[in-house]
Design a protein around this ligand. Structure first.
Ligand SMILES: [Zn+2]
Length: 269
């Protein structure tokens, strides 16, 4: 096995996505490849760090460790500031972005966010920095964590009942495969001290997290999409729920997502 091959297998291996025979081949190849062994160790370390990430603002020490780990996880050749390029057919054939995986793209975005003042100050005064911090921290767990969802299913009739007894409201759950956003499942998170439902969707190779909870204010608001260092965040209120969606996708895709949720909520009433 040559190094580009074993390198390409590091993340699927960590995710448990390699068939058994491939795992054995990969483990054998690792013996002979210190670079890939190092990469595997770094990614493991990064993920355990993310598991420990507090729901609230990360303390400085945690932030410093996270930044170090993120830097190590990013291939040196990868551009740091560009947001994740969307994969195009044939792009796998070009040699330079072979190191450029979804996770390293996300790590780069996060690093930029950290440098720009995530848990710092730049977001202060925009639209509630603590909420943004917590959304980003939650998204880290979805995007980089070992377990993006607590209940994995594209079936709304599986995901919706899973929340019963775990939170004090029933979130509307819709699969949006037909709109290009397949439902991956659901998870619990904490936002401003409250336990909330998070639905995880996929857009091509990217993940989106939709947090929703019962609104205290009345009336619908149109989704407002902002872009922050490679992440698109949508905020809106619809059919009695406050909705926040975050993902490393283009703002226009986020607008489509929000509109699709609204449409599904209307149809599901
Ligand atoms: Zn290798």
């Amino acid at each position: 096995m040559d190094c580009p091959t074993c390198e390409a297998m590091v993340e699927p291996y960590l995710d448990g996505e390699l068939p058994a025979g491939e795992s054995v081949r990969f483990e054998a190849a690792l013996e002979a490849c210190p670079d890939c062994r190092g990469k595997l160790d770094r990614l493991r370390g990064l993920r355990s760090l993310i598991r420990e990430l507090p729901a609230e603002r990360a303390p400085d020490l945690m932030r410093a460790r996270l930044e170090r780990e993120l830097r190590a996880a990013i291939p040196a050749a990868a551009p740091l500031v560009e947001s994740a390029p969307s994969p195009t057919p044939g792009s796998a054939a070009t040699p330079s972005p072979r190191l450029w995986s979804r996770r390293s793209a996300m790590a780069a975005s996060l690093l930029v966010a950290l440098g720009a003042g995530w848990v710092g100050g730049r977001y202060t005064g925009q639209d509630g920095s603590r909420e943004t911090d917590e959304l980003l921290a939650g998204y880290l767990r979805v995007g980089l964590g070992d377990r993006p969802v607590d209940v994995a299913s594209s079936d709304q009739h599986t995901v919706k009942p899973w929340f019963a007894g775990r939170i004090d409201y029933a979130p509307p759950v819709y699969d949006l495969t037909s709109a290009g956003f397949p439902l991956l499942g659901g998870r619990l998170d904490v936002l401003e001290g409250r336990r909330i439902a998070v639905l995880v969707y996929r857009r091509n190779q990217h993940r989106l997290a939709l947090s929703l909870w019962p609104a205290t204010a009345s009336g619908d608001t149109a989704p407002v999409v902002s872009e922050q260092d490679g992440f698109a965040i949508a905020r809106w209120r619809h059919a009695g729920f406050e909705l926040r969606a975050i993902g490393d996708i283009a703002p226009k895709d986020m607008s489509v997502f929000a509109a699709s949720i609204d449409k599904a909520m209307e149809a599901g009433k």
